[in-house]
Design a protein around this ligand. Structure first.
Ligand SMILES: Cc1ncc(COP(=O)(O)O)c(C=O)c1O
Length: 378
C-alpha cells in the first residue's frame, strides 16, 4: 500500500465489487459539507473550544441535536436528555461498562449486528439470541427466555435492522418496553438507520420512549453524515444519564469527540445536514430499486428476500443446503463479495443466508456485482 493512500479495513482490491461492505460509497461522503461547516466553526472559534469540553457534550451541540431530533421524530427532544458519544460502537462499549457487569447476560436479536457481539464479549457478557420476525423480535421467545434469566439489557436494532433490513412495528416496540419495565432490564436501542427511510417512515424511535426510564436510544452521524466524524449520541432519562456521567472514562475525557461536535453543530444549524439526508434518501432509494431488480433478474427461484424500506441491507434466504460462508470464500475469484449470514448469529445459525449492502456501490456496479455473484450459487 503506497504511503498516503486513503483506505479502510476490508477495502476490496481494484475491480472487485464487494456487496458485503456496509459503508457509504465515496460519492455519499460530503467533503464539501464538512469543509464548509469546519470553516464556519474555525472562523469564529475561541481558544476554549479547543479545551476539554463539558462531559455530557457541548451545550450548543446538544441544543442543535435536540432540534434536529425533534423535527425528525415529530416529538420534542430536549438537550438535557442527550449525551454526546463517539458513535454507536463507542456507545455500546460504554453501556456495557455502565449498565452490566462481567458474567451478566445480554439479549440480542437473532440475527444481529455481529460486531456488537464482540463488544459485549469483551465485557465478559453472555450473549443470548432472541429470534427475529419481520415485525421485530419474537415476543413469545423473549418471554420464554425471561422465564430463565433476566438480562442486564436487551440490545435491539429497531429500524432497518442490520442485517435483515426489517423494522419492528410500533406495538412490538411498546411490548419490549413493557417487558423491560415488568422484568427490570434495560432496552439498548441501536438506531443509526432511523433517519434513512426511502419509502414510508419507520415507527417512532425508541428515543421517543425514554420516559419509561428503561430505554437508552443510541444514535449516530455515521450513516447520515460520515463515519469518520466518529460522533453520535445517547438519549435517555435523567437517572440513566446520571449513571453514564459517573463513568470513569467519561469523566476523564471531557466531551467525547468535542471538535467533531462543533463541526456537526454548524452543519445542523446551517441546514446542511438536512439537505444531505434528503440527497441520501434519493440516491439510496435508487440503489435499493437497482438491487431489487437485479436480484429478481438473477436470483428469483434461488433465494427469497423482502425489499427494505430504508437502511443499507438486503437479507437473502437460500435453500438449507447452501453454505454461504464457503461460497463467500470463492467470491474474490469472481471479483465480487457478500457477507455470509452465520456471522450475524450468536448461535451459529443462518448459514444459508446472505447480507448484501447497497450503500457502497452505484446502481451500475450493484447490477454487475449481483450478476457476478450468480454463478457461485449454481
Ligand atoms: C446496527 C449498527 N450499530 C452500530 C454500527 C456502528 O456505528 P458507529 O459508526 O456509530 O460506531 C453500525 C455500523 O454499521 C450498525 O449497523
Amino acid at each position: 500500500m503506497a504511503q498516503g493512500t486513503v483506505t479502510f479495513d476490508g477495502a476490496p482490491p481494484p475491480g472487485t465489487i464487494n456487496l458485503g461492505i456496509g459503508q457509504p460509497s465515496a460519492d455519499l461522503l460530503p467533503v464539501g459539507l464538512v469543509h464548509r461547516a469546519s470553516e464556519a466553526f474555525f472562523a469564529c472559534a475561541e481558544p476554549f473550544e479547543l479545551n476539554y469540553g463539558v462531559i455530557a457534550g457541548d451545550a450548543r451541540f446538544l441544543q442543535s441535536l435536540a432540534g434536529f431530533l425533534s423535527t425528525g421524530y415529530g416529538a420534542t427532544v430536549t438537550a438535557d436528555t442527550l449525551f454526546a458519544t463517539g458513535g454507536n460502537s463507542q456507545a455500546l462499549d460504554l453501556v456495557s461498562s455502565v449498565f452490566a457487569k462481567p458474567g451478566d447476560t445480554v439479549f440480542v436479536e437473532e440475527p444481529s449486528y455481529f460486531l456488537a457481539f464482540q463488544i459485549f464479549r469483551d465485557h465478559h457478557l453472555n450473549v443470548v439470541g432472541i429470534p427475529m420476525t419481520q415485525d421485530g423480535p419474537d415476543i413469545e421467545a423473549l418471554r420464554q427466555e425471561l422465564d430463565r434469566t433476566t438480562p442486564a439489557f436487551f440490545y435491539t436494532i429497531p429500524s432497518f435492522h442490520n442485517p435483515t433490513g426489517w423494522s419492528s412495528t410500533a406495538p412490538r416496540r411498546q411490548q419490549i418496553v413493557s417487558l423491560a419495565e415488568e422484568n427490570g432490564f434495560l432496552v439498548v436501542a441501536d438506531e443509526p438507520y432511523q433517519h434513512l427511510f426511502y419509502y414510508a417512515e419507520p415507527p417512532p424511535a425508541f428515543g421517543t420512549m425514554i420516559a419509561s426510564e428503561v430505554v437508552l436510544s443510541l444514535g449516530s452521524f455515521s450513516k447520515i453524515l460520515a463515519p469518520g466524524m466518529r460522533l453520535g449520541w445517547i438519549q435517555t432519562c435523567d437517572e440513566l444519564r446520571r449513571q453514564i456521567l459517573g463513568n470513569g472514562f467519561v469523566n476523564s475525557g471531557g466531551s467525547i469527540n468535542h471538535i467533531s461536535s462543533h463541526i456537526v453543530r454548524h452543519a445542523i444549524d446551517a441546514g446542511l445536514l438536512d439537505t444531505h439526508i434528503a440527497r441520501l434518501r434519493t440516491v439510496l432509494r435508487g440503489r435499493v430499486e437497482a438491487m431489487d431488480a437485479a436480484l429478481h433478474e438473477h436470483f428469483d427461484g434461488l433465494a427469497t428476500w423482502t425489499r427494505p424500506d430504508g437502511g443499507y441491507f438486503f437479507w437473502l434466504r437460500f435453500d438449507e443446503s447452501v453454505d454461504a460462508a464457503a461460497l463467500r470464500r470463492k467470491a474474490p475469484g469472481r471479483e465480487t463479495g457478500f457477507q455470509a449470514g452465520d456471522v450475524f448469529s450468536a448461535a451459529g445459525q443462518f448459514g444459508n443466508y446472505v447480507r448484501l449492502s447497497f450503500a457502497h456501490y452505484n446502481e451500475e456496479d450493484i447490477r454487475e456485482g449481483i450478476a457476478r455473484m450468480r454463478p457461485l450459487f449454481d
